[in-house]
Design a protein around this ligand. Structure first.
Ligand code: NI
Length: 158
């Protein structure tokens, strides 16, 4: 396990590229997921996507306080409602902005062994999933930002 360097917006166009599907569930993937979790926790984040550490693969890690979730090849297959909340991003340090996200999402993904799973999420977990899955398509929250709230009171986010 190791801490990897988090790419910052403007530093590298890797954050703007489309990540490829994971097709090999091997030791390399397990190491990537382990390192991503270490890197996320070290940075006090609640989510991290592989492109943020320079790897163009569809893998994300999330922990909104209820334990680590690893999602490989995640897809939002259903969403419901809309809610506006403040978000931050480890690749856009020191800034926060409001974004509209679904209230509830259904996500399909694989685990690190390639086993298919389906998750229902709401609240902060749903927001984190949308935010991280956007990263896999080169989309950052600032692209969807309604208002920059960097200097306003802090809220939980990722
Ligand atoms: Ni982010």
């Amino acid at each position: 396990m190791a801490i990897r360097r988090i790419m910052v917006l403007g530093e590298d166009d890797v954050l703007r590229k489309h990540a490829r599907r994971v097709d090999k569930f091997d030791k390399r993937l397990r190491t990537l997921l382990d390192d991503m979790a270490d890197t996320m926790y070290k940075a006090d984040g609640v989510g991290l996507a592989a492109p943020q550490v320079g790897v163009l693969r569809r893998a994300v890690v999330i922990d909104v306080g209820d334990g680590l979730i690893e999602l490989v090849n995640p897809q939002i297959v259903a969403s419901e409602g809309a809610v506006v909340g403040a978000e931050g991003c480890l690749s856009v340090p020191g800034r926060r902005g409001t974004v509209e996200r679904p209230e509830r999402v259904t996500v399909t993904a694989q685990n690190r062994d390639g086993r298919a799973m389906q998750l229902e999420a709401e609240g902060l977990l749903a927001v984190a999933m949308c935010h991280e899955i956007d990263h896999l398509d080169g989309v950052l929250y600032v692209d969807k930002m309604i208002e920059d709230v960097t200097d306003q009171d802090d809220e939980d986010g990722e």
